[in-house]
Design a protein around this ligand. Sequence first.
Ligand SMILES: Cc1cc2nc3c(=O)[nH]c(=O)nc-3n(C[C@H](O)[C@H](O)[C@H](O)COP(=O)(O)OP(=O)(O)OC[C@H]3O[C@@H](n4cnc5c(N)ncnc54)[C@H](O)[C@@H]3O)c2cc1C
Length: 381
Amino acid sequence: MAHKKVLVLGGNFGGLTAALAVRHELHGEVDVRVVSQSDEFIFNPSLIWLPFGKRRPSDLSFPLAPTFDTHGIDFVHAAATGLDLAGKKVMTSSATYDYDYLVIATGYRNNFAAVPGLGPGGNAYTITTLEDAIHAGEGWRRFLSNPGDIVIGASQGAGCFGAAYEYLFNVSHQLRKAGLKKQVKLTYVSSEPFLGHFGIGGLPHGEALLGMFLKKERIEAVVNTAMDHVDEGRLVLSDDRTFDFSYSMIIPPFVGQDFIRDTPGIADDKGYVKVRDTYQTNDYDDVYAVGIAAQVTVPWQSAVPVGIPKTGFPTERMAHVAARNIAAQIKGEPLGSHEAFGDMPAVCVMDAGNNGVIILADKMLPPRGHGILIPGPQAHA
Ligand SMILES: Cc1cc2nc3c(=O)[nH]c(=O)nc-3n(C[C@H](O)[C@H](O)[C@H](O)COP(=O)(O)OP(=O)(O)OC[C@H]3O[C@@H](n4cnc5c(N)ncnc54)[C@H](O)[C@@H]3O)c2cc1C
């Protein structure tokens, strides 16, 4: 009998894991094809170090084709441009591919429109893609020869707060190394309702711990705030407060890919795919979405909108849940794998230059049984 066809869109944490896991679950008795816009795996967590020369682009990426080849997976370097879910087809920049099961793992795009003045050619850097981090590094080297004040922030709607904190503390560490710590005022501006919220509602003693870290590093914090726009050398908040800077890095909100948002019925207005706890889409049993591409509902309301960090660990768990369920469907068995995002354990390491914090909790989102932050140099990579 011909093998079933599993088509995976995206080749990073979610797509790579889903593709390998489906092959593994079915002992190779399945045809898996991955279509990815990038032909490299990018280890995004290391982007925070790139601007300071602590990592080179080649340290945090590897080519996808040889890995997939080794595992008998067909790799296509192309961008998906449209979905025909009734016809079970995906249009791409190279060809149209049909499937029996589809996994969408196309991740995020920066939504620079959320704050005028952000984005390429704008007035603040970001570090959320390889290109952005390279530019942030060029700006950092210019800053070192003409230093002034610094603003690091996460805008309204952002969810990647861990990266903002990591960059903040790494900047502080680099300033000290450059002998500039005393002369540069460093400010952290965030939409989080309180320090250490991280987009996951905070953890016990987190606010106090982050407050202590900031005090020790003499960093001023402005939280629970929205950004109006960024002028050249000046951040303007919605309440008209202004912060002048010589260097700024701001994490924008993320959104899903346009071709998903443009597919009727499967996505929310941000382009994230609506899924069940099996990671099947609400309306199509044969279409899955994992990682950042999958919608997660924010379980609270805050005065300033705050996103949710869909980090690497839950992304890979979603991919394994999806792979197990696809394997069950192919074998004609009932779907046995269910795990809502909020119920997954939180496991994260936050680097802080020469220090760090290990973040552990039984659940990503409250209500939780337990959660703990373990500070110390052992968390520094
Ligand atoms: C600066 C930064 C620091 C981070 N630090 C941490 C950390 O310390 N710990 C942690 O757990 N997580 C961290 N994260 C989060 C982590 O990177 C994400 O959880 C992870 O990238 C999600 O993987 P994904 O596969 O869902 O999406 P992505 O990594 O965004 O991958 C999407 C894939 O889809 C492809 N693609 C996009 N559009 C298309 C298209 N149209 N057609 C085909 N393919 C397409 C892309 O090329 C890519 O291969 C960090 C993220 C950033 C940005």
